[in-house]
Design a protein around this ligand. Structure first.
Ligand SMILES: [Zn+2]
Length: 144
């Protein structure tokens, strides 16, 4: 079994790479069709998310549009702050943090997302990698 045991962001984790890749290879996509989510999916499909996010996901065989949770939190002066996460098979060996590790584009942490409705059949145990990023509006239609 292919596993990764070590640091991910600021947490120590053990990830079952095989189970994670196998779940994402089924091709599940984030399914909410509200405008805010469609804007996210448009950015994700075109890989217009911050490069570091794309690289982290790529390491687990995850496409950016395969988020297991997406929420537009609020608008700020630079764009739209989104929270989105991806489920990983495995567990956290260190305590869950309430704070995120900061990047120029936002933050990221490992945690347990309470509303994982994009992944009802995900193998146990699991945890989530959660991103906060300010993203542009790219849909032709208006945001409201
Ligand atoms: Zn939505």
């Amino acid at each position: 079994m292919e596993t990764y045991k070590g640091e991910l962001i600021d947490s120590i984790v053990e990830i079952n790479i095989e189970s994670t890749k196998s779940w994402y290879s089924k091709g599940s996509l984030w399914g909410c069709e509200c405008r805010q989510c469609r804007n996210f999916l448009e950015l994700a499909s075109k890989k217009q998310l911050p490069q570091q996010i794309i690289e982290i996901l790529d390491g687990f065989g995850i496409l950016p549009k395969q988020a297991t949770y997406v929420c537009r939190l609020y608008d700020n002066d630079k764009g739209h702050l989104y929270q989105f996460s991806y489920r990983l098979a495995g567990f956290m060996l260190s305590d869950e943090k309430n704070t995120t590790k900061s990047f120029e584009w936002g933050g990221v942490r490992c945690c347990h997302e309470t509303y994982p409705y994009g992944a009802p059949d995900f193998p146990e145990p699991h945890f989530d990698i959660e991103f906060y990023a300010t993203l542009p509006w790219v849909l032709e239609e208006t945001q409201n």
